[in-house]
Design a protein around this ligand. Structure first.
Ligand code: PEP
Ligand code: MG
Length: 588
């Protein structure tokens, strides 16, 4: 158990996933069932809390035996035995004793002490390599949730709930958990699972809050409300920070703020290298609420609108009219600049469009991206019609995700042409010359980029996926995070190959994966011939300044040398060397 109550400073390391500093108490969300409210109790109230716990257990046992009787009369003995097992769990003396002593030791409310004990217990069970036991965890989660619902609340207790700002510490967060958080109170988050390129980390960067993932300690060992600091630059979680630590971070935060103000003052300057190569710098967005940030960032339009985040309101995409309104809003917000709408990219680690009857064994190799759209033509048609209709009112482009080869691209284009024919015959206006792009994020697409180029107006390289598929490293798995190398020779060769295929057929290539916002790698990407970078609005002013500090000739020479190198680390070092020479102050 991590001792946090003794005010001893403890530092844990994870993977830095979103820059920034946050200082606030910890909230903990573990797995399996939702966390109850947490508050401290005065010493004199321990016995009272313990009796609230006993009471909740008694109510639950009564409910369970009623349920057991009802089910027995309907379905017979064997079906109802499950409830007997649940009751037995609640009679387990060692479990009861552990909760009783947790209430006393933690001096926290009974619900929370119970929750923490059960989570510890469940975590231990999950680690036992026995399928039967692992399956039983669902039953225990179920009983635990039931007990939590049965706590009687004394409205007059006047307890102090932490309604202020906090740092969230969780086992894992899904993109939808992250997206639906109350952002007013959330100053940052730390997860045991996850990696830099998971969608949850991408969302943290777009919210502009610090995040650390792949933490080296089990979250359940940390006591809620412990004062903490997250250092999103170096990937640290510091519990019970000392006054010296707090002082150190206050100084760092002030320095970063000063730098950010200076960059903001230059955000509207041209994004051109010092020898005149113009780079389009655009923004990635997930939510319409981010549009004001896009405007404030000085972006040249939107290089990637991840429309799958429209799914957050349910399992279905909004209808054609609602989507059209959303796309028009984006177009209007960027004031005549281009907006690249990526068609739905559901699946993988993102939201599914429909509950699958069986979980996919390999979601990243399964039903996601363009595959989903092509197999749901009515839904795809709604989206394409919405994009086309909105294209009459703003400068829109459409882009297809996760295309693995020509036949998928041609099928998607065919659907687009059909939608154009329909709209023409209905007399509805749209841009007949709407630019069409394809994401290059599957190695087969990069290798065959010359075959795809004649059918599109641009390429946008999705390095998050391109890297994971090229080096066979799951982008969200912290255990293999060190193998996820953007500068792997295979990755940079695929980028080069794509750029060349595009150039030879007169189309531009951009990068909209997270690599585009990694300023250690900007010299390399520019040198490889990339003409557009699409990054989160928060990082955009910094990337703009980086571009202005670089010399394209030098970047080109660097890339030529990098393409001859065999080691990822060496390629990273080469790019970093040039970065340090040109913009030492901007590197974290
Ligand atoms: C990518 O794969 O690089 C990309 C931009 O798409 P997403 O992160 O949404 O999968
Ligand atoms: Mg992708």
């Amino acid at each position: 158990m991590v001792k946090t109550a003794q005010d001893e400073e403890l530092i844990f390391t994870g993977i830095p996933a979103s820059p920034g500093i946050a200082v606030a108490p910890i909230h903990v969300i573990a797995r399996g069932f939702s966390a109850p409210e947490i508050y401290e109790i005065p010493e004199g109230q321990v016995a009272e809390e313990q009796s609230r716990f006993r009471n909740a257990v008694d109510i639950t046992k009564k409910q369970l035996s009623d349920l057991q009787n009802r089910l027995e009369s309907l379905a017979g003995n064997s079906e109802s035995e499950i409830f007997e097992a649940h009751v037995m769990l609640l009679e387990d003396k060692s479990l009861i004793d552990r909760v009783m002593s947790a209430i006393e030791k933690r001096q926290q409310n009974a619900e929370y002490a119970f929750y923490a004990v059960m989570q510890n217990f469940l975590e231990a069970m999950r680690r036992i390599p026995d399928a039967y036991l692992r399956e039983r965890t669902a039953d225990i989660e179920d009983v635990s949730q039931r007990v939590l619902r049965n706590f009687q609340i004394d409205e007059d207790s006047g307890h102090k709930a932490p309604d202020g700002t906090h740092i969230l510490l969780a086992y894992d967060l899904s993109p939808s958990d992250t997206a639906s958080m109350n952002r007013r109170h959330l100053l940052g988050f730390v997860t045991e699972q996850g990696s830099v390129n998971s969608h949850t980390a991408i969302l943290a960067r777009s919210f502009g809050i610090p995040a650390v993932v792949g933490l080296e300690v089990s979250v359940i060992q940390v006591t809620a409300l412990t004062p903490a600091v997250i250092d999103g630059y170096s990937g640290k979680l510091i519990l019970n920070p000392t006054p010296e630590t707090l002082e150190k971070y206050a100084i760092l935060a002030a320095e970063k703020q000063k730098q950010s103000n200076e960059l903001d003052a230059r955000k509207n300057e041209a994004t051109e290298t010092n020898d005149g190569r113009v780079i389009t710098l655009s923004a990635n967005i997930e939510f319409l609420e981010e549009l004001h940030q896009v405007r404030e960032s000085g972006a040249k339009g939107v290089g990637l609108y991840r429309t799958e985040f429209l799914l957050l309101n349910g399992n279905e995409m909004p209808d054609e009219n609602e989507q059209e309104a959303a796309y028009q809003r984006v177009a209007k917000a960027v004031d005549g600049e281009i907006v690249i709408i990526r068609t739905l990219d559901a699946g993988g680690d993102k939201l599914p469009i429909e509950p699958l009857t069986e979980p996919e064994p390999n979601p990243f190799l399964g039903w996601r991206g363009i595959r989903v759209s092509l197999s749901r033509p009515a839904m795809f048609r709604d989206q394409l019609r919405a994009i086309l209709r909105a294209s009459a009112h703003g400068k829109l482009a459409v882009m297809f995700p996760l295309v693995s080869g020509l036949s998928e691209l041609l099928r998607a284009r065919e659907m687009l042409n059909r939608c154009m024919d329909e709209l023409s015959s209905e007399g509805i206006a749209f841009n007949e010359k709407i630019p069409v792009g394809v994401m290059i994020e599957v190695p087969s697409a990069a290798v065959c980029a010359d075959l795809l180029a004649p059918h599109v107006d641009f390429f946008s390289i999705g390095t998050n996926d391109l890297i994971q598929y090229t080096v066979a490293v799951d982008r969200v798995n912290p255990h293999v995070a060190d193998l996820y190398r953007p500068t792997h020779p295979a990755v940079i060769r695929l980028i080069k190959r794509t750029v060349e295929a595009g150039e030879s057929q007169g189309i531009w290539t951009g990068v909209c994966g997270e690599m585009a916002g990694d300023i250690r790698l900007t010299p390399l990407l520019l040198g490889l011939g990339v003409e557009e970078l699409s990054v989160s609005p928060k990082t955009l002013p910094k990337v703009g300044q980086v571009i202005r500090s670089l010399n394209y000739g030098q970047c080109h020479a660097l890339a030529e040398n990098a393409l001859r190198e065999s080691r990822s680390q060496r390629i990273l070092d080469m790019s970093l060397e040039l970065a340090k020479r040109c913009y030492p102050d901007l590197l974290d």
